[in-house]
Design a protein around this ligand. Structure first.
Ligand SMILES: C[S@@+](CC[C@H](N)C(=O)[O-])C[C@H]1O[C@@H](n2cnc3c(N)ncnc32)[C@H](O)[C@@H]1O
Length: 231
């Protein structure tokens, strides 16, 4: 695609430059649209509550959301404002060490103890323990990987889910695939998301259109996919 660097390492360099040349703020995390931060968290919280209710009715489950991980956590916007409320233990990942540190700082003394493992690496290289997570949260980060690398990642993540675990994938999703050369980000179509999920052995158990575009019309359409192991 236009502006796409063919070499993965070069893409990562551009992505790093994009973030390190900007202030570590919610606005940067949201591509200049910090105005949607609260709506984003509210919408995601509603989804988590729904999933929590569904899971609670499943007799096999006594505690639902014990352990979670956020990929591409940035400065901890979602970790702090949402995930720590619902999980006893949360692992975090980001490419930038300064974002991992900022996430911990932003959580503050009271909440930082909930952070267990920190993975400072590209999600392309992320290796996680088997059967560790109830929920894997990946929001506006999977687009940094090409489709084949995304499939490889999701295959590994699938193994890291507990029996009834879920992957929440919230991302830009446009009928016309796009590529942003500024930070080397792939915007996939719904079909491409389904293809990546299918190739990874995951089933889309929920596919929800985000309402954030109603808040800011210039945003790309956003979808929330809930993925579960296909077996
Ligand atoms: C658009 S921001 C979103 C941050 C956070 N998910 C949120 O919603 O507030 C993208 C984040 O992904 C991180 N990132 C970029 N490429 C990455 C990669 N290959 N692996 C892990 N994190 C990456 C960036 O450092 C940045 O923190």
């Amino acid at each position: 695609m236009e502006g796409e660097l063919s070499n993965v390492d070069e893409r990562v360099v551009v992505t790093k430059q994009y973030y390190t040349s900007r202030a570590p703020t919610i606005d940067t995390m949201l591509g200049g649209y910090s105005v949607v931060h609260e709506s984003d968290i509210q919408e995601s919280e509603q989804l988590l509550k729904t999933l929590f209710r569904v899971r609670k009715t499943c007799q096999e489950i006594t505690h639902c959301f014990h352990s979670g991980v956020q990929l591409g956590c940035g400065i901890g916007r979602v970790t702090k404002h949402l995930l720590v409320k619902y999980f006893n233990r949360i692992d975090i990942n980001d490419l930038l060490p300064e974002y991992i540190e900022q996430t911990k700082l932003n959580l503050g003394e009271d909440l930082v103890d909930k952070v267990d493992k920190t993975y400072c690496c590209s999600i392309a290289d992320l290796i996680v323990d088997k059967s560790r997570y109830d929920v894997i949260w990946t929001q506006w980060v999977l687009g940094y990987l090409d489709a084949d690398s995304a499939v490889q990642l999701l295959k590994r993540l699938k193994l890291s889910l507990k029996k009834h675990g879920l992957i929440i994938l919230k991302d830009n999703c446009s009928d016309q695939p796009e590529f942003d050369p500024d930070d080397q980000y792939y915007v996939r179509s719904p079909l491409q998301f389904y293809d990546v999920a299918h190739r990874s052995g995951l089933t889309v158990v929920k596919d929800q259109r985000s309402r954030l575009k109603q808040v800011v019309r210039e945003l790309l359409p956003i979808r929330i996919f809930v993925l579960a192991n296909s077996r």
